[in-house]
Design a protein. Structure first.
Ligand SMILES: [Zn+2]
Length: 77
């Protein structure tokens, strides 16, 4: 069974899954840190995958963590 992190019943992630994601450096597997930044962002701020291009949570929570870690920013949901 694959490890799963459940933050809320509707907010969870499989910790060994790293989906390919569009970034400023092309298509790359998402890091665990970026995934957790995204998921924790939903829970901590209540922001959904909404807004233009469904990028509100990516722009408000995931990309700041990517920048802090020196990772390329996500460009699409
Ligand atoms: Zn999301």
């Amino acid at each position: 069974m694959m490890p799963i992190l459940i933050l809320k019943p509707e907010v969870f992630t499989w910790t060994q899954v790293h989906p390919y994601t569009e970034t400023t450096a092309g298509l790359q597997p998402a890091s665990t840190e970026a995934i957790l930044g995204h998921k924790i962002g939903h829970v901590a701020t209540g922001v959904g995958d909404e807004g233009q291009g469904r990028m509100n949570n990516v722009n408000q929570n995931e990309n700041p963590i990517r920048r802090e870690l020196g990772e390329p920013e996500r460009t699409a949901y």
